[in-house]
Design a binder for this molecule. Structure first.
Ligand SMILES: Cc1cc2nc3c(=O)[nH]c(=O)nc-3n(C[C@H](O)[C@H](O)[C@H](O)COP(=O)(O)OP(=O)(O)OC[C@H]3O[C@@H](n4cnc5c(N)ncnc54)[C@H](O)[C@@H]3O)c2cc1C
Length: 417
C-alpha cells in the first residue's frame, strides 16, 4: 500500500473539481490547486450551458456544496505547482501561493471595494469593464472572498480598504507562501484558454470594436457581464439585432489551431438563441465550413434550423471590415451553396475561436503532449494523469465523465504502488 493516500489535482475548473469530489468522497485526501482566486474555471464565465440552456452555476454550486463540508478537500486558490519529485505513492510537490491580501474573516460585504479609489481591467469579463483594485472576482465566487490587486493600488490612498473593513480581513503585508506536500498521485486538469483573436489577421486582428470573440459574447449575455446581460454592441451600446458568427475562427487551420474544438458550433447556436430570445425581431447568421453537432446535439441544431430568423451559410469568411461612421461590420465570403461572393452587413460579429490547451509548461506534468498541446493519454507518466480539456477539446458533460474515470485511475495508482 502506498505511503501516501492523497491526490493532487492541478486546476479547479469543472474537471478538477469533479476529480476532487469523487476521490474525497471515497476517503482520499485531495489538494486542489487553482491559480485563479476562485474555482469553476471557464465554465464560471459562461452565461448558459448547452444543450439545456440552464445557468452553469447550478452545476458548479452542486459541487461547491460537496466541497464545503468535506474536510478531506484542501482548496488552494491563487496557487501553482512549481516542482514535482518522486514516484507513484510518494510524490513531493512544491506549491506557491500568491498573496490575496484578504484573509478568511472576509464576509463579502463590499465595503473595501466601496472605499477603494483605484480601478483595474476586469479579467473575468475579458477586459470589457473594470473592477476596483479591491474586488470580488464575480458575484458567485467560491470562495466568496475579496482579493486586492496590488499592481492596481495607487500609492497614498491611505489604506482605504483596510480602514473600511470592520472584520480585520484586509492584510496588506501578506507575503507569497511556498508549501511542500506529499501525495500519492497527481491529476492535471488545466483546461484551456481562448485562442487569441489578435492573431486572426483576416478577421480584424482583434482591432475592430464590434467584432468580439465567443467567450466575450458569453459575458455580454450574462447578468454579471459588462452590460448586465443586455446584448449591446461595444462601440456605441446599440441593441444587437443583426448578428453574425464566424465558425472555425483560427480552428482547423495549420497556421493557428489545427484541431476542431468540438464545441464551437454548439456555442454559436446557443449564442444565436441568446440574441433571438432577447430581441424577438432579431436575425442571426452563422457562417460555417462544416457544422458539427454530434449525437444528441443534433436536436439543438434542428431547433435553430426551425427558426427562420437563424440562417446557416456555408463558406469560409475571407474578410471582415468595420465602417468607422456607422460601426457596422461587413463580412465577405464565398457562398458555397448560393454561389458567388457574398457581402453581409451586421450590427456585430462573433468569432467562434477555439480552445487552446493550457498544459504546456506546467511543472511536473504528463510525459507527452500532442502537437496541439493536449496530453497524450497512453504516454502519461506513472501515477500522473490528465483530464478534461487538458486531454482533448470537449464539452462539460464529457469533461465530468472523464474526470470521474480519472479519479478512479488516480486512486488505483495509489493502491497499486
Ligand atoms: C464560447 C464557449 C462556450 C462554451 N459553452 C459550453 C456549453 O454551453 N456547454 C458545454 O458543455 N461546454 C461549453 N463549452 C466548453 C467548456 O467551457 C469546457 O468543456 C470546460 O471549460 C472544460 O473544463 P476544464 O475544467 O477541463 O477546463 P477549464 O474550464 O479551462 O478549467 C481549468 C482550470 O485550471 C486552472 N489552471 C490552468 N492552468 C493551471 C496551473 N498551471 N495551475 C493551477 N491552475 C491552473 C484554470 O485557471 C482553470 O480554473 C464552451 C466553450 C467555449 C469556448
Amino acid at each position: 500500500m502506498a505511503e501516501n493516500k492523497s491526490v493532487l489535482v492541478v486546476g479547479g475548473g469543472i474537471s478538477g473539481i469533479s476529480v476532487a469530489v469523487e476521490a474525497a468522497e471515497v476517503g482520499y485526501q485531495v489538494h486542489l490547486v487553482e491559480r485563479n482566486p476562485y474555482l469553476g474555471g471557464r465554465v464560471a464565465q459562461l452565461n448558459k450551458y448547452f444543450p439545456k440552456l440552464c445557468p452553469p452555476y447550478c452545476g458548479l454550486e452542486i459541487n461547491f456544496r460537496r466541497i464545503r463540508p468535506n474536510p478531506d478537500i484542501d482548496v488552494m486558490t491563487m496557487s501553482e505547482v512549481v516542482k514535482v519529485e518522486g514516484n507513484p505513492g510518494n510524490f513531493t510537490v512544491t506549491v506557491k501561493t500568491s498573496p490575496r491580501y484578504v484573509n478568511s474573516n472576509c464576509t463579502g460585504c463590499n465595503k473595501c471595494a466601496e472605499a477603494c479609489p483605484a480601478e483595474r481591467s476586469n479579467d473575468f469579463n475579458y477586459g470589457m469593464d473594470k473592477t476596483k483594485a479591491a474586488y470580488l472576482p464575480h458575484v458567485m465566487s467560491f470562495p466568496m472572498r475579496y482579493v486586492i490587486d496590488k499592481s492596481a493600488c495607487p500609492g497614498g490612498c491611505g489604506q482605504a480598504c483596510k480602514d473600511a473593513c470592520k472584520y480585520d480581513a484586509v492584510e496588506l503585508d501578506m507575503q507569497p507562501e511556498t508549501k511542500t506536500i506529499k501525495v500519492g498521485s497527481i491529476v492535471y486538469a488545466t483546461g484551456w484558454k481562448p485562442y487569441d483573436m489578435d492573431k486572426l489577421s483576416l478577421l480584424g486582428e482583434g482591432k475592430l470594436n464590434n467584432v468580439v470573440s465567443n467567450v466575450m459574447m458569453e459575458r455580454l449575455a450574462s447578468p454579471g457581464g459588462p452590460t448586465a446581460g443586455k446584448i449591446l454592441r461595444p462601440s456605441d451600446g446599440k441593441e444587437v439585432k443583426n448578428i453574425g458568427f464566424v465558425q472555425c475562427a483560427g480552428s482547423r487551420d495549420e497556421n493557428h489551431l489545427s484541431q476542431c474544438s468540438t464545441i464551437c458550433c454548439m456555442a454559436s447556436i446557443k449564442q444565436a438563441f441568446y440574441v433571438r430570445d432577447q430581441y424577438p425581431d432579431s436575425k442571426a447568421e452563422i457562417f460555417y465550413i462544416d457544422l458539427r453537432t454530434p449525437g444528441r446535439y443534433e436536436k439543438f441544431l434542428n431547433r435553430a434550423e426551425a427558426d427562420e430568423n437563424i440562417t446557416f451559410t456555408k463558406g469560409k469568411v475571407a474578410q471582415v471590415s468595420e465602417d468607422p461612421a456607422t460601426g457596422d461590420v461587413t463580412v465577405t465570403l464565398e457562398d458555397v451553396f448560393g454561389g458567388g461572393k457574398k457581402h453581409v452587413t451586421l450590427d456585430m460579429l462573433v468569432l467562434a475561436t477555439g480552445m487552446e490547451p493550457e498544459l504546456r509548461g506546467t511543472a511536473g506534468s504528463v510525459a507527452a503532449l500532442s502537437e496541439e498541446g493536449f496530453a497524450v493519454a497512453d504516454l502519461q507518466k506513472p501515477g500522473i494523469f490528465a483530464t478534461g480539456v487538458a486531454k482533448a477539446p470537449v464539452d462539460v458533460m464529457t469533461s465530468i465523465q472523464d474526470a470521474t474515470g480519472t479519479a478512479l485511475r488516480a486512486i488505483q495508482a495509489i493502491v497499486r504502488s
